[in-house]
Design a protein around this ligand. Structure first.
Ligand code: GLV
Ligand code: MN
Ligand code: MN
Length: 399
């Protein structure tokens, strides 16, 4: 199966036909279908499948001499944000299978294993922490904390893993697996308008994180409760949303409130509590931290006159990632010096870069839209991405 056929096979999975958006949350039916597709593609190519303890999957092409070390790993993720685009994640995995086909057509006999990784819960759309599979693998999150994370329906990560046939007590860093990986190359759709050529490479990932605000007031009747008697959490929440925009403008960062949970959510009831999630990113970690502090302060000031309680919890934070310079230069030389771009998006490659040399290839996105149905890459650019990935894997797996 070539790139186009693989792409077409995956395209309907988890798509909402009314909006065109994808809903592929970790270990839900559409994501399990994507996982089954991955395993089929691996078997079709006689790749050895490995499931780690953290829900990540790997498909390996081992050298004939039995070498298991110094692997060149590529891949990405199969899960999506709510209503996401088709490309974020799957493009890297479909391109990886197509690149392996290309290498075999070239007659490559790899000196090192070539692997395709499908990392679990990259978007954190189900359990809140982005790159959960790669964080666990790399020891970047406490396994006990991961086990206790809950999804929107109140199910714990431990429970969901158990139902998926995994042992939640076994999760955590895997030094044996990491020790076998020589480098990681993730191909990904570009998520802004920064790339004008078909293929570019990542220079860095900006500091980014997620915070959860809880506003606690008092539920009451919308018609019979005098304004003076209300403890309405929606009021400081509304102020917090505006404060996020203002603090981002002051600090040269970006801040977004894209998810909110209002309890109980009745038209004719004052809410008893509001939970709101803040995503903040920026070129410098201290500016991101200051942004969050200023938003928190504005929320507390707004909450006081309404006798609403405010609490703030950090769900995840990733400092600036500068990808391995030698690997990036080597990839750049193989590809004839494509543009090098920073990105405001998080990736498993950023998490893995703390433990193994990592690099990323970006494929042009003419809409500049991502995490939404308009996310796009031209078929010709996708094929240019496959060709670039093939060349990079060829170079790295020979030497
Ligand atoms: C993942 O794509 C993120 O940047 O949130
Ligand atoms: Mn994403
Ligand atoms: Mn992604």
């Amino acid at each position: 199966m070539g790139f186009e056929e693989m792409w077409a096979a995956l395209l309907p999975v988890g798509r909402d036909d009314a909006t065109g958006g994808y809903h592929r949350f970790a270990w839900t039916a559409p994501e399990l279908e994507c996982r089954a597709w991955f395993l089929d593609e691996a078997r079709r190519r006689d790749l050895a499948v490995e499931h780690d303890a953290n829900g990540n999957m790997f498909a390996w092409w081992f050298p004939e001499d039995g070498t298991r070390d110094g692997a060149v790993l590529t891949g990405s993720h199969l899960d999506s944000v709510p209503g996401g685009g088709a490309y974020d994640g799957p493009l890297g995995i479909v391109s990886a299978f197509a690149a392996i086909d290309g290498l075999r057509e070239r007659g490559l006999r790899p000196a090192r294993p070539i692997g395709i990784g499908a990392f679990a819960e990259e978007e954190g759309a189900r359990f809140g922490v982005a790159c959960l599979g790669s964080r666990l693998l790399c020891g970047a999150i406490d396994p006990a904390r991961a086990r206790a994370l809950t999804d929107g329906g109140g199910r714990t990560f431990a429970e969901v893993m158990h139902n998926a046939g995994l042992d939640p007590e076994a999760i955590g860093p895997d030094d044996d697996l990491l020790g076998r990986i020589g480098c990681y190359i993730e191909l990904h759709v570009e998520q802004g308008r920064a790339l004008e050529q078909p293929v570019g490479i990542a220079g860095s990932i900006v500091p980014h994180g997620r915070w959860r605000f809880g506003f606690t007031g008092e539920g009451n009747h919308a018609g019979t409760t005098a304004l003076a008697d209300r403890r309405d959490p929606m009021l400081p929440f509304a102020r917090m949303v505006i404060a996020a925009r203002e603090a981002a403008e002051r600090n040269g960062t970006v801040a977004t409130v894209g998810k909110v949970d209002v309890v109980p959510g009745g038209v004719n009831a004052i809410a008893s509590s509001v939970t709101a999630w803040l995503d903040a990113r920026g070129p410098a970690g201290d500016a991101v931290r200051r942004t969050v502090r200023e938003i928190d302060e504005a929320a507390r000031v707004a909450a006081r006159p309404h006798r609403v309680g405010v609490d703030l919890a950090e769900e995840s934070y990733t400092e600036s990632v500068g990808f391995d310079r030698a690997l990036r230069d080597r990839v750049g030389a193989t590809l004839g010096g494509p543009p090098v771009l920073p990105t405001g998006a998080g990736h498993d490659a950023g998490v893995l870069s703390a433990r193994v040399p990592a690099a990323m290839l970006f494929v042009r996105n003419p809409t500049g839209v991502s995490h939404a149905p308009a996310e796009f890459a031209e078929p010709a650019d996708c094929l240019a991405g496959v060709e670039a990935l093939t060349a990079v894997l060829d170079d790295l797996a020979r030497g």
